[in-house]
Each structure stands twice: as C-alpha cells, then as structure tokens.
Design a protein around this ligand. Structure first.
Ligand code: NAP
Length: 329
C-alpha cells in the first residue's frame, strides 16, 4: 500500500479534469483494503474512465491490485478470477488469447475489472453480467470480504446492486468470470454483421473488428479527454414511442427491458447538438453520446454543456435523458 498527500488527479481521470485529493492511497493487493482507512465517503478510483470529478476530494482509494488467474477449468467452461485493479482490456485480451468465449465484444472498453460489474458495462449486444459468476467485495464497516453471486447482484442496464443498495458500503476486490470453451459468437449487432460471412471466424477476428469500430467512432482519451458515453440510452413506454414514431418514422428503436430503447445518440443528433462546440468542450462529431474536453475544461464547463444537451433533447422530444457518467462530488 502506498499513501500520498495532496495528489493531483488530472492523469487519473480520462476527462483530464484537474482536482486535488488530500489523501491518495494505492491498493496494490486486495488485502491492503484491510489496512487502508476507507470511509463511506472515500472515492474508490479504478481507471477513472466513467467519472466526472466535480470537486476537490478528501480521500481517494486507487485500486491497482492486478492479476488474472484460472481458478477452475472444465471441458466446456472455465472460471477465471481477476483482481479489481486489473485493466479491463487486458482481461479481454487474456480471454481471447486463451480461446475463452464471451468477453470479446467488450474489447477496448476503458476502465478496470472492478468497475465492470458496478455499471454492468456493455457493448455490441453483450453485457458483463453475462460472463460474471460472482463478485468478491470488501465490507467497509465490518472489514470482511464476502462473495455475491451473479443473481444477487441486481444487474440491469448500466446498473447493479453496487450502484444502489451497496453504494458506499463495499469495495469490489475481485471478480469471478465464467467463460465458455465452446465456440460461440454474439454477432447480432449491425456493426458486427459483416463478420457473419467470414470463414473460420476466430475470437481474435471479433476482437480486432470491435477495436477497429471503436477507434473509428470514439475519441482517444489521450487526444481529447472524455468518459465514453456521457448519457444512457433512452427507454420510453409504448404510448410515447408511438407518438414519436408517428412524427419520426425513421427513428431507430429496439425492444428493451422496461420499454422501447431509442438511441440517445440519435436524439442528440436530431436536436442539432452533434458536433456542437462551446470553447473547450463539445459534443463529439462521430459519436454524440460522448462529451469531449478539447483541453483545459473544468467540470463546470462539461456540466454546463451536458445541461444544454439534456434541455435540447427535452425540448425536441419530451424525453429526459440520464447521465451514464458518475458525478464525483
Ligand atoms: P451503434 O451500433 O451505432 O448503435 C446505436 C445504439 O443502438 C446503441 O446505443 C445500441 O444500444 C443500439 N443498438 C444497435 N443495434 C442494436 C441491436 N441489434 N439491438 C439492440 N440495440 C441495438 O452504437 P455505438 O454508439 O457505435 O456503440 C456500439 C456499442 O458500444 C453499443 O452497444 C454501445 O452501448 C457500446 N458503447 C458503450 C460506451 C460506454 O461508454 N458505455 C461507449 C461507446 C460504445 P446499446 O448501447 O444498448 O447497446
């Protein structure tokens, strides 16, 4: 465990927002959690890829415990354990290199393994809940480690028990995954459909295609600060959907849990905000779900722009879009 004081967090959040923390504790091994004096209001930091830090912090716990281990191997599947601070994409790469099926569509998602179950990361028709066996957590109050099985994690769209009932109560210490050794791909999403015809398709082909698409559409955080999707997709009821479809017959839509999903990127685009820029912040032209720090922006600048986007979508469609990014106050 390493402890520092008055640490600048600029390079620890992909938005590149400057914020100072009084205490900065680096967890190098999950048992460090026991000795770190974690408080319910400590900010648990992984890759910093889905956060907007709005204020100076008092206490940051930086998860840097890494490692991927094969726990149990059977003829048809394998159980893996990955430490919470492991880089998510290293985990996907490990699975692809070992011919374990199920993580490949989630290639190149920024962040850490420990953050993956918290917001149930997803892309191209796959969600991490589909490959999670269980999550091990450290209870901040009792200082005990315990395991929560998948079905008890209350996984939903970009949500889980770790964002609700267990928020500020536990720290994810490691995650157990169940991957298939039997060849099967998930190519239902439009962008991946061109892989259908590929002869002898491999996990590496899928990973390479996902990486190719993501790097074309999404801004590189090294070039422009951003947090991936800033907003969640909208889900509306049948009445609202029919009303909108009458007006916009071309509107993309998909059945989803709790209603009909309308891509928020489309709503933002149709509201005239795609590519909109104000000084050093903007809505990314290739993917309007992403808000970009073009250099030197503050959290306030970003929130001001996101408020404007939310307002424009509401004025045009009567839909209140929600933020996917976590605001760290
Ligand atoms: P896209 O392929 O242009 O599709 C636009 C939206 O339509 C997506 O948000 C997706 O919803 C939905 N969609 C497309 N095909 C669908 C299908 N067959 N069934 C159900 N819903 C469908 O999306 P994109 O912006 O390039 O992103 C591709 C994938 O990467 C998406 O799954 C997206 O969620 C994911 N992604 C996540 C982040 C993040 O930061 N969380 C950032 C970039 C991309 P879903 O979003 O529900 O899949």
């Amino acid at each position: 465990m390493i402890h520092e004081t008055n640490k600048d967090l600029t390079s620890f959040n992909t938005f590149g927002i400057k914020a100072i923390t009084e205490h900065f504790t680096v967890i190098q091994n999950k048992f460090d959690l026991y000795d770190a004096e974690i408080q319910p209001n400590s900010f648990i930091l992984g890759g910093g890829s889905n956060v907007l830090i709005t204020k100076p912090q008092y206490d940051v716990i930086y998860m840097k415990n890494r490692g991927i281990f094969i726990e149990k191997e059977k003829p048809k599947n394998v159980i893996l354990r990955a430490e919470a601070g492991e880089i998510w994409d290293n985990f996907v790469k490990f699975c692809v290199e070992h011919d374990f099926y199920g993580a490949e569509n989630l290639s190149l998602i920024p962040g850490t393994v420990g953050a993956a179950p918290i917001q149930n990361i997803g892309a191209y028709g796959a969600e991490v809940k589909d490959i999670i066996e269980a999550v091990e957590v450290f209870d901040i109050e009792t200082k005990n480690y315990y395991i929560i099985n998948n079905r008890k994690c209350d996984f939903g769209y970009r949500s889980s028990i770790f964002k609700t009932k267990l928020k500020s109560k536990v720290v994810v210490s490691c995650v157990f995954f169940n991957l298939s050794k039997v060849k099967k791909f998930n190519l239902q999403y439009g962008d991946l459909k061109n892989l259908h015809d590929k002869h002898d398709l491999t996990l590496e082909d899928v990973r390479n295609e996902v990486i190719r698409i993501r790097t074309t559409k999404l801004p590189d955080t090294k070039e422009y600060g951003n947090s991936g999707s800033f907003f969640k997709n909208a889900v509306v009821d049948k009445k609202k959907f029919n009303e909108l479809l009458n007006k916009y017959p071309e509107m993309p839509h998909f059945n989803a849990e709790g209603g009909i999903k309308i891509p928020t990127a489309w709503l933002i685009d149709k509201s005239g905000m795609k590519g909109y820029r104000e000084a050093n912040v903007g809505v990314f032209p290739n993917q309007p779900l992403v808000i970009v720090n073009y250099g030197g922006a503050t959290a306030e600048d970003i929130l001001k722009l996101s408020d404007l986007v939310e307002q424009k979508v509401f004025e045009n469609f009567g839909i209140r879009i929600e933020k996917e990014v976590n605001l760290i106050n």
